[in-house]
Design a protein around this ligand. Structure first.
Ligand code: SAM
Length: 228
C-alpha cells in the first residue's frame, strides 16, 4: 500500500506530461503549436512596441535584395519583408518548425511567390552560399544553441553586401519577452559575433524592449548609412 502511494506521488516526475515532452527550448509549448503562437506573435498591439516599419527602415532593406529571416515563425515580419523586396527580390524564411512554415506560406498577406520556405536545422540555416544580402534574426538568437557553428554557416551564406541584424530582448523585467534567465545580454551577442570574425557596424535604440545590432564581415563591402 505504502509503495503504491509512493509511486502515485512520483508519477508526475517519472512520466513527463505531454506539454513537457513537446516543450520548445525554455520549457514552453512546442513551436509546432502554431495556433497558440499566432495569437501572441500576431497580436495587433505588438506593432506599438515592435515598430516593424521603423525596423525595416533602419535595416535599409531595398527592393531587389535577397533577405533571410531566421526563425520566421508565423510570418509577422516575413510579410513585411516580402513586400519590401519587390518583384526582383527574395525572402528565405527559415524555421525549424514545418507547421510554422506551412502557416506562413498560407498567409494571404505574405507575397508567397517571393518567399522560399526553408526547414533549417537547429545548428544550420541551410541557406545557399554567397546569396544573402541581409539576414534578420528577430527574437530568435537566444533560442539558437550552437551559435558559433550557426555563425560560420551564416558567414558562408552572405553576399558581398551581406549584413546580419539581431533584434533580441533587453535584460531586466519587461512587460513581454522571455524570462530574464533566457535572455542574451547585448554585450554577449556582440562578443559572439566578433569572435566569429564579424564587425559590429550599427545599432538602433528605437525599440523599447529589444536591442537591434547589425554586423558584417570585414571583407564584405557595406556602403549603406545607418541612421539610428
Ligand atoms: C520567438 S519565435 C520568433 C518568431 C518571429 N521571428 C517573430 O518575432 O514573430 C522563435 C522562432 O524561431 C524558431 N526557431 C527556434 N530555434 C531555431 C533555430 N535554431 N533555427 C531556426 N528557427 C528556430 C521557432 O520555431 C520559432 O518559430
Amino acid at each position: 500500500m505504502r509503495r503504491a502511494i509512493l509511486v502515485l506521488l512520483l508519477l508526475p516526475v517519472l512520466v513527463p506530461t505531454a506539454a513537457a515532452r513537446d516543450a520548445a527550448p525554455g520549457g514552453h509549448r512546442s513551436w509546432d503549436d502554431v495556433e497558440h503562437w499566432a495569437k501572441i506573435f500576431d497580436d495587433p498591439s505588438r506593432d506599438e512596441w515592435q515598430k516593424p516599419l521603423g525596423l525595416l527602415n533602419f535595416l535599409g532593406i531595398e527592393p531587389g535584395e535577397t533577405v533571410a529571416e531566421i526563425g520566421a515563425g508565423t510570418g509577422y515580419f516575413t510579410k513585411i519583408l516580402s513586400i519590401q523586396v519587390g518583384p526582383q527580390g527574395k525572402v528565405y524564411a527559415v524555421d525549424i518548425s514545418q507547421p510554422m512554415l506551412d502557416h506562413l506560406m498560407g498567409r494571404k498577406d505574405v507575397v508567397a511567390e517571393r518567399v522560399v520556405p526553408v526547414l533549417g536545422a537547429a545548428d544550420d540555416p541551410k541557406l545557399p552560399a554567397g546569396a544573402i544580402d541581409a539576414v534578420v534574426v528577430l527574437n530568435t538568437w537566444h533560442h539558437i544553441g550552437k551559435r558559433s557553428k550557426y555563425l560560420s554557416r551564416l558567414a558562408q551564406a552572405l553576399s558581398p553586401e551581406g549584413r546580419v541584424a539581431v533584434i533580441d530582448w533587453r535584460e531586466g523585467e519587461l512587460p513581454m519577452g522571455p524570462p530574464p534567465a533566457e535572455k542574451l545580454p547585448r554585450e554577449r551577442v556582440i562578443g559572439e559575433f566578433e569572435k566569429a570574425g564579424f564587425k559590429f557596424v550599427a545599432e538602433s535604440v528605437m525599440l523599447p524592449y529589444q536591442y537591434t545590432l547589425v554586423f558584417r564581415l570585414p571583407a564584405k563591402k557595406d556602403t549603406r548609412r545607418y541612421t539610428r
